[in-house]
Design a protein around this ligand. Sequence first.
Ligand code: EPU
Length: 438
Amino acid sequence: MLKEHFLISGLAGKKKLTGTVSIPGAKNAALKAMAASILFKDEVNITNVPNIEDVSRTADLLTELGAKVALRGHSCRIATNDIHSTDLASEISKRLRASIVFAGPLMGRFGKVSFPHPGGCVIGERPIDLFLEGFQKMGAKLSVENEGERTRYMLRVTGKKLRGTELFFRIQSVTGTETFMMAGVLADGETIIKNAALEPEITALAQFLNACGARIEGAGTTTICVKGGGLLSSRGGKFEIPPDRIDAGSFLILAALAGKDMEITNCNPAHLESLIDLLRSSGSAVSVGKNYLRVRDIPGMKNKKPHAINVKTHEYPGFPTDLQAPLVVYLSQAAGESMVFETIFEGRLNYTESLRRMGADIVMMDPHRVIVKGPTALSGKDLESPDLRAGLAFVIAAVIAKGDSVIHNVYNIDRGYERIEERLRAIGVSIERVSILD
Ligand code: EPU
């Protein structure tokens, strides 16, 4: 088996990075657009698709169902008329949380689906109760098969089609909102989702589906109303995936920590208001253009360190949980005591133990809260990337640390960040990918 790690030589706190970083399409928009192809009677053309592992796995998942997928560079063409199965492959689904959204279009089009408990990053318990309850309210019958440790959920529509209904989400869920928005497109009557999530990827998906014949109202607000109809048609049009706000935000944090003059281009700063406001409030200067962000280490303010600030993760437009780990690295360099409250996932602060080994002063109060005291110099270490976002936080920590770091389990980073070492090298980071045959 091929094992890969990153070897990074740190800058020992110096602000040296210069140049431009271009932001690829959003992972969490691309995966849903690919699943949405099941709602179409003709071929779907998706552009600005990021070149990442999770996109390849989603393509595999579609192919196993019988879809024709042509993934070339940043474009992806999908035809779903030959789908012959509605059983999601176990191995892929168990690694990919986004696999759950396939249930929406598959239930809408074929009235049945089976899937294992979906996997994805290990960031806490990731229940699927909203999905199972929602489909049952829309007229599906649920059966669960337990084979040893393997659980497989089977949903089947009892009538002819899914029935539109009103769903109230106890908790705002991104994939939940997307799943039922897609299910509603082919359901009978009206599907109303209350306490829907507001993430921009949801709005982008709704706009695309509406351009192809869907009737979705209210995406981007907490009440979404979908009027059911027939299969959609792309009529040769294409869906351009919006820029990845988490990728852009991660580079912005890196720029605030180690940038001499860095520009982040092809991004949408309007999707990053919470981060930009937080960085500015803690003393970092960020310039904002229509589709770029810039951080410069202004002469005369050279030794200015950011100061501590409290952060609470929140559904969009609040501070995203996916930027919490990189932000903790930033706060380790901020003067004073910051409290970080992770409200969405309960296992998403465990990585802080590794930052402590690098020299950060972080005290865990409970699984949801840490106190970060700064500034502390970090030193290079051997680190295991536990999940996608914490993995990238380790890369940022390694870049600002003194000495060399090795980051293992690079696959976790490749899942969501395109050509990360190439883009980092272009702005002056000393990073190498080392492959070892194990
Ligand atoms: N929840 C339930 N029951 C459910 C579904 C969710 O209790 O049936 C809870 C979750 O446990 C969590 C909260 O609802 O406490 C919100 O979770 P949500 O469903 O919104 O998360 P998700 O849809 O599984 C997506 C992104 C995550 C991102 C979160 C929050 C995808 C594929 N994943 O996950 O992205 O952290 O929204 O913004 O869109 C990542 O990209 O690294 C990543 C983990």
